[in-house]
Design a protein around this ligand. Structure first.
Ligand code: MEV
Length: 326
């Protein structure tokens, strides 16, 4: 039996633009998806979760078809199961194996909120399944396979979430070009409200907008790139005021891309009013997660999130990324 945990990820700068090759800054946090893998006879894949969000899930997959399913009314749990199953398939193709496996998945994160739970499921499943079969993949290989999983399930995905969840830390990522660790310490509060759209739908919505207004949207993407690079300098100097200001600018550009909504804006304004230096969406938007930079006012921001119908929690950086528990 192998047990692996992979951290959730908050997106500080550059989401959506990163799908078009622009740089982004993301941070692995100290809340995890855990996957336990046990080899079973035959080629079946069993996926069990007791706490993905609300209720449970049990899936038995034989030759790519669901042979038995008990999914109790939880669309996000079902979605995460599809990432886990695809992660087994992608790993099988890579290693040239067909062994059966029972996966038990647990989550300390609100699932499907924009905190990279799908990336964490993909990465920890790839790592747990391969090690259970006696293979030792490098983290870079796990990150690559996990990204492949996201591309296959979602249609389009940048490597931001899978790289950050696997490698850990606060990272500057320019897809296919550079991954750089940033040493800054950030007092972060995460807020979550209900999600209305999936990441795949939101990425598709931005692509449509891009198609209708290529001149305007390409300039927004270029501006996001500029501000990500300025944020990198501000982080290096630990200039939190400037980092917060740039987060607010980034939020304005995400709003322009059409991925914000009223409930997210309520959380974002409530955080700013409670004294946060900056607050923005974390991830794809359409509801889900927001991230606030809140030095000294963490508790007030958490209270403000709760008063506006969300949940809130502090998050610390998790440097290690993917972690084998035993
Ligand atoms: C999702 O967490 C972030 C997006 O940029 C999509 C991606 O990077 O694949 C919206």
């Amino acid at each position: 039996m192998v047990r692996v945990k992979a951290p959730g990820v908050v997106k500080l700068f550059g989401e959506h633009a990163v799908v078009y090759g622009k740089p982004a800054i993301a941070m692995a946090i100290d809340r995890f998806i855990t996957v336990e893998a046990v080899k079973i006879s035959g080629g079946d894949v069993e996926i069990i979760s007791r706490d993905l969000g609300v209720r449970g899930i049990y899936l038995r997959i034989i030759d790519g078809s669901v042979a038995e399913a008990k999914i109790l009314d939880n669309a996000y749990a079902a979605k995460l199961a599809s990432y886990a199953y695809r992660a087994v398939e992608v790993t099988r193709r890579f290693l040239g194996v067909r062994d059966g496996v029972r996966l038990t998945i647990t989550s300390e994160l609100p699932v499907g909120a924009g905190l990279a739970t799908s990336a964490a499921v993909a990465a920890s499943t790839v790592a747990a399944y391969s090690r259970e079969l006696g293979f030792e993949l490098r983290k870079e290989e796990v990150a690559k396979l996990a990204h492949q999983v996201e591309v296959e399930v979602q249609g389009a995905a940048s490597p931001m979430d899978t790289t950050t969840s696997t490698m850990g830390g606060l990272l500057y990522i320019k897809p296919g070009v550079e991954v750089r660790r940033i040493a800054a310490k950030l007092p972060i509060v995460v807020g979550v409200v209900e999600r209305e759209s999936t990441t795949g739908d939101l990425v598709a919505r931005v692509r449509k907008l891009y198609g209708r207004h290529p001149g305007v949207i390409s300039r927004i993407m270029d501006t996001i790139e500029l501000l990500v690079n300025e944020a990198l300098d501000a982080l290096a100097r630990q200039d939190l005021e400037l980092v917060g200001e740039l987060m607010n600018v980034n939020q304005g550009l995400l709003e322009a891309l059409g991925v914000s909504n009223r409930r997210l804006m309520e959380l974002i304004y409530s955080a700013r009013e409670a004294g946060a230096l900056g607050a923005k969406i974390s991830g794809a938007g359409g509801g889900g997660a927001v991230v606030a930079l809140a030095p000294g006012v963490e508790d007030s921001v958490i209270k403000a999130f709760k008063a506006h119908g969300g949940i809130g929690f502090r998050a610390d950086v998790w440097e290690e990324g993917l972690t084998y528990i035993q």
